[in-house]
Design a protein around this ligand. Structure first.
Ligand code: PLP
Length: 354
């Protein structure tokens, strides 16, 4: 039975990528060895790593602009600490828009002064704060571009002379932005780029080398850069599958093409949420995410009926995060609009039944 996988992460990837990756497990590039057994220093894997790094920069439009791409381990969660280790000397500014922002802020506090410029915690993070001020003497400003759990997304980024750092784990490569406005972007692979096990870090090199603390090797961006993500054994399979997904995206027409499709998908689900009296959206309308739609039933008693309908339709992974409840439909790049339509259709059908 065809499944429609709305899982928030790890999540859907293109079917063609699954096929190619499974082939590579048996016989990688016709060399009669598995991708899982070759040396990360082999020319075959070095080519994978180089292509992955170059595709990441190309898709973001950051080639030849002073940026480098790294594929590291420890997930986005280790980047919460990593960023502070490498950039926080005196003071950092954080915008708190959800669970992941709060965790990033907590780690940064281990290393220096952190100013929370604004927070939407007062409303269970259902909106993105606006009109906050970033202290001009901050070493950097950190924000989360898409709040995976609450279903909000930043559409405006502040104009500031302070370097901007963004956790783009759940909307990397999903929409066009002027990425050169960011000094550092990181994204755990398992939301929109590949399997769990690696995190993409895109760094403008000139922001490094300004802190006085001693940085442990594994946390030092400069060391990873000097070794081109090969300071130690990289997560070869996760990097390989991420590379395949980026290739797939490039062949599809890149970020612009996928953004149009992502907007179409978001349109399908939000139109139904807005139209259907049995559902209400969680996130503030102007801030709602094109990646993760959060919504609730207006009558909780309908939950068993709706859950059964979803199951019968092959829908997977729409339960909301425990801190929000209700439902969350994650519609990452690889999801076809048809799958979102299946979900919208059963929401409509529930209305006819109720
Ligand atoms: C999932 C997620 C994280 C955590 O990623 P890990 O790779 O599991 O550490 C951080 N930030 C955002 C926005 C996320 O969606």
């Amino acid at each position: 039975m065809k499944k429609h996988n709305f899982s928030a992460g790890p999540c859907i990837l293109p079917q063609s990528v699954f096929r190619e990756a499974s082939q590579a497990v048996l016989n990688f590039n016709g060399i009669d060895l598995s991708i899982l057994e070759i040396s990360h220093r082999s020319k075959e894997f070095i080519a994978v790593m180089e292509e992955a790094q170059s595709l990441a920069l190309e898709l973001l439009g950051l080639q030849d602009k002073g940026y480098k791409a790294l594929f590291l381990q420890g997930g986005a969660s280790l980047q919460f600490l990593n960023v502070a280790y490498n950039l926080l000397e005196n003071k950092a500014a954080y915008l708190n828009t959800g669970t992941w922002s709060s965790k990033a802020l907590k780690e940064a506090k281990l290393l220096g002064e952190v100013v929370e410029v604004a927070s939407s915690k007062d409303a269970n993070f259902n909106y993105i704060p606006k009109n906050y001020t970033i202290p001009e003497d901050a070493d950097y400003f950190h924000c989360t571009s898409n709040n995976t759990i609450f279903g909000t997304q930043m559409f405006d980024f502040p104009q500031t002379s302070v370097p901007v750092v963004a956790d783009m784990s759940s909307d990397i490569f999903s929409r066009k932005l002027d990425f050169s406005k960011f000094s550092l972007i990181y994204a755990g692979a398992q939301k929109n780029m590949g399997p769990a096990g690696t995190v993409l870090v895109v760094i403008k090199e000139d922001i490094l080398g300004k802190v006085t603390r001693i940085i442990p090797s594994m946390l030092d961006y400069k060391i990873h850069l000097s070794k081109e993500s090969m300071f130690n054994t990289p997560p070869v399979f996760a990097v390989y599958v991420s590379m395949l997904t980026m290739r797939w995206l490039k062949n599809l027409g890149g970020i612009e093409a996928i953004e149009a499709r992502n907007r179409e998908k978001a349109g399908i689900i939000y139109r139904e949420i807005d139209r259907n009296p049995l559902f209400k959206g969680f996130a503030a309308t102007e801030d709602r995410s094109i990646m993760n739609a959060t919504f609730n039933l207006t009558d909780e008693a309908l939950k068993p009926v709706f859950d059964q309908m979803a199951k019968e339709a092959g829908i997977n992974g729409i339960n909301g995060h425990r801190s929000v409840g209700g439902y969350r439909a994650s519609m990452y790049n690889a999801m076809e609009p048809e799958s979102v339509q299946v979900l919208a259709d059963i929401m409509k059908e529930l209305e006819n039944k109720a």
